[in-house]
Design a protein around this ligand. Structure first.
Ligand code: CA
Length: 232
């Protein structure tokens, strides 16, 4: 989103092949890069791997329904989500559940209307992106998520990829406590099969690198019964 040449990537989640392909065709012609998924687990995996700029999500899917997909997507990112709903009753549920979706269209919809919604959501997201600080900073600790560089007290701070991702996630949500399960989904991805101990181990490694006294951490705090919080 940083350059004008950036081609937004859209993820279309719809099990009906005809509609899925119509959406792919229409949106590709609009100049977007279009990925598709026909079920929830595939959608979550694709979203985690490809980090799309927007997700178009149908609510009625086989197995895991769109409500659940939306909830899990929200755990791993703030990607704009445009919901497709078939019935008016679903609209009530979408609005009532506060799923974290950004907009919805009711079937049947015109492709023209859909494209207009997509454009509006991408524009809004791009403005929000520009307002976000590009460097994460807390006192003498600096993280540059795009350049994947970290420094502590002006010195390069060598971090393994997952240590970097975990610290960046915590720093981006300073003051907020997260469960180990939430951090696993957010940093390692929905399909990661490891245990929450993985989080504890990485937190320990991070503390050894960024805390003056790793045994008495003041930056990454353990929140009893919850998980961890980045304090400063
Ligand atoms: Ca469907």
């Amino acid at each position: 989103m940083s350059t004008p040449e950036h081609t937004p990537t859209l993820l279309v989640v719809e099990d009906e092949a005809t509609l899925r392909e119509t959406l792919r065709y229409t949106l590709t012609r609009q100049g977007y890069r279009v990925l598709t998924a026909s079920d929830g687990p595939t959608a979550l995996e694709t979203a985690h791997t490809h980090k799309p700029d927007l997700v178009i999500l149908d609510l009625i899917l086989p197995g895991m329904d769109g409500f659940e997909v939306c909830r899990l997507l929200r755990r791993q990112s703030s990607v704009p989500i445009l919901i497709l709903t078939a019935r008016d009753e679903e609209v009530d549920r979408v609005l009532g559940l506060e799923l974290g979706a950004d907009d919805y269209v009711t079937k049947p919809f015109s492709m023209r209307e859909l494209v207009a919604r997509v454009k509006a959501l991408l524009r809004r997201a791009s403005m929000a992106q520009q307002e976000r600080p590009r460097i994460l900073q807390s006192a003498d600790l600096l993280l540059d998520p795009e350049g994947r560089k970290a420094t502590l007290g002006g010195q390069p701070l060598p971090l393994k990829p997952k240590e970097f991702d975990l610290l960046a996630y915590l720093m981006a949500h300073k003051g907020k406590a997260f469960s180990r399960e939430h951090l696993l989904t957010a940093v390692w991805g929905y399909n990661y099969t490891g245990e929450s101990r993985t989080v504890d181990v990485h937190i320990r490694w991070l503390r050894e690198k960024i805390e003056k006294d790793p045994a008495n951490p003041v930056r990454i705090i353990t929140v009893r019964g919850v998980g961890y919080r980045f304090e400063g």
